[in-house]
Design a protein around this ligand. Structure first.
Ligand SMILES: *[C@@H]1O[C@H](CO)[C@@H](O)[C@H](O)[C@H]1NC(C)=O
Ligand SMILES: *[C@@H]1O[C@H](CO)[C@@H](O)[C@H](O)[C@H]1NC(C)=O
Ligand SMILES: *[C@@H]1O[C@H](CO)[C@@H](O)[C@H](O)[C@H]1NC(C)=O
Ligand SMILES: *[C@@H]1O[C@H](CO)[C@@H](O)[C@H](O)[C@H]1NC(C)=O
Ligand SMILES: *[C@@H]1O[C@H](CO)[C@@H](O)[C@H](O)[C@H]1NC(C)=O
Length: 485
């Protein structure tokens, strides 16, 4: 009886305080995400505009960028405060076939140093892993520790299935072998995993009244917002940072991404923009001359001789896009590239200037462009995700510093089919999670989701950006402006 009474009191406490507590948290996060530009460096997802030129823009952006993220503005990350656990996760949450019951170890980490405990219903902040091993996020999202201190919250990081140490079928090789095994590698299974683990943690800690806030960036941000929509009984709120939830179907114009890349460069330097715009035809022209490819190879100090101009153009395309996507402090790579191009340190002609941009971005290397590198886990995993459900239609329009290159869905699907034997389902994301008429739907149905976007981020073209904060239904939006990434 006494216990029930206590629980009732807690529940009352919860209902009266939760709204204000949430608003507070929301504001806090919003500010933090504005400040934590580098967080998204390692989270923002990039997608090739055409799959057959992968890796055009894989999320390895930050790792090719030579400078370390600036950690001075973030909370100190202390790995020692995190304890690692493995949850015996169900392979397939949605079917009852014998193999659906297979299990795999899923990694998650907990920092309980600052937690106020279940007795006071102290909050639980859950970072939802995305297309990378969770270790890489831990290093990047140190600022969550600041929040943990402020709100006496428990911090949980959960790794996405098929990445890092959360691999089904015993080994990565086996798990990625073919489409029948890759078939369990999708967002719906991933957020169901998160639901199972969060419930498990709350049960273990007897923390049923602790509010849960889920947090993620880029693809992880999409997962956070979708989690809130699908599991409102588990997460009280979500923070979705730089989440292009509307870059599906025809909701966002296909040229959105590259338009913003172009705009970023043009704003940094008009001459730089002009030089890049002119360079594509110069490359083609030189490539078509006898001996032109070897001249290009020499000019760009390529690691192996070019056999066609596409390799070079794709490399430059990726570089410009990554620079724009990760255009945050302290380095502001768009400015760096443009300084290299405008500086003309390697010669005055267009191609020498472009080479100057390449050097400015990469630093002094013994060779450039087509160095052999093993594809990252992210590149391999995300390619499957793009080919199965995360088909983000990115093309290049006519008003761009890139040559026009409209997105071709038919090509995309064919290419994916040739890679995996199964075609893409380009409309499933909007069928399952929504996206059309998003504003109306969110207003009527959703609450407690913060979408934060940096308007210079090319992916913000597919983000949920409004110009007002709609407090009435507790739905807070933020268009975090101009800088972030
Ligand atoms: C995971 O669950 C399965 C089935 O319930 C069980 O057979 C297996 O021993 C468990 N594994 C671990 C590591 O607990
Ligand atoms: C939480 O409350 C329970 C029941 O009142 C009590 O036994 C326990 O000691 C409390 N725990 C903490 C950490 O205060
Ligand atoms: C260009 O060369 C690369 C590397 O040799 C090759 O993979 C690619 O298919 C070629 N592209 C075209 C369009 O010929
Ligand atoms: C690259 O090399 C050039 C010439 O050797 C030098 O002037 C420049 O400072 C070097 N840049 C970097 C980033 O090391
Ligand atoms: C781009 O220009 C081409 C050729 O002028 C035209 O056919 C095409 O419709 C234009 N595309 C867009 C999106 O405006």
């Amino acid at each position: 009886m006494a216990l029930i009474h206590a629980l009732d009191r807690q529940r009352n406490l919860k209902t009266t305080n939760l709204a204000s507590r949430w608003t507070h948290l929301a504001m806090m996060f919003q500010r933090l995400f504005l400040l934590q530009s580098f967080l998204l460096l390692s989270l923002t997802t990039a997608t090739a505009k055409r799959l057959n030129t992968i890796p055009r823009l894989s999320p390895i952006g930050p790792r090719v960028w030579r400078d370390q993220p600036d950690k001075t503005t973030s909370g100190e990350f202390d790995g020692e405060d995190f304890e690692t656990f493995f949850y015996n996760q169900t392979l397939d949450h949605f079917n009852y076939r014998p193999e659906s019951y297979d299990k795999f170890p899923q990694r998650y980490l907990i920092n309980s140093k600052y937690w106020g405990g279940a007795n006071v219903s102290a909050p639980i902040l859950v970072f939802l892993g995305a297309e990378e091993p969770i270790d890489e996020d831990l290093a990047a999202v140190g600022f969550l520790v600041d929040n943990a201190v402020q709100f006496n919250s428990l911090l949980v990081f959960i790794e996405h299935r098929y990445y890092g140490k959360s691999i089904p079928f015993g080994s990565r090789e086996e798990a990625l072998k073919d489409a029948s095994k890759l078939g369990y590698f999708n967002s719906a299974q991933a957020i169901a995993d998160y639901a199972a683990i969060i419930i498990h943690i709350k049960e273990t800690l007897r923390a049923q009244y602790s509010p849960v806030i889920v947090i993620g960036g880029s693809y992880g941000g999409m997962l956070a917002s979708w989690f809130r929509l699908k599991y409102p009984h588990i997460a009280l709120g979500a923070l979705a940072s730089s989440a292009p939830i509307l870059y599906f179907d025809d909701i966002t114009p296909q040229d959105g991404y590259y338009s913003i890349v172009t705009k970023d460069f043009r704003e940094a330097s008009e001459t730089c923009y002009q030089t890049i715009k002119t360079s594509w035809s110069e490359i083609d022209e030189l490539a078509s001359k006898p001996d032109g490819l070897s001249m290009l190879s020499k000019k760009f100090k390529t690691c192996t001789p070019l056999t066609n101009a596409s390799v070079l153009k794709d490399h430059l395309d990726t570089m410009y896009a990554s620079a724009a996507q990760y255009n945050g402090p302290p380095t502001y790579p768009v400015n760096e590239v443009c300084k290299g191009i405008d500086g003309g340190g390697f010669g005055d002609d267009i191609l020498s200037r472009i080479f100057g941009g390449l050097v400015a971005y990469n630093g002094n290397l013994s060779c450039y462009v087509n160095a052999h590198t093993d594809p990252s886990e992210t590149a391999v995993g995300w390619q499957w995700q793009k080919c199965s459900e995360m088909a983000i239609p990115i093309g290049v329009g006519n008003n761009s510093m890139f040559p026009p290159d409209p997105f071709d869905l038919k090509d995309y699907i064919e290419h994916c089919k040739s890679l995996y034997g199964v075609p893409t389902r380009p409309h499933w994301v909007t069928t399952y999670y929504g996206g059309h008429s998003i504003k109306l739907i969110l207003q009527r149905f959703a609450s407690n989701i913060i979408f934060s976007n940096g308007l210079r981020d090319p992916y913000s073209s597919g983000g949920y950006v409004t110009n007002n904060i709609e407090k009435d239904n507790d739905f807070v939006t933020s268009d975090c402006h101009m800088y972030k990434i």
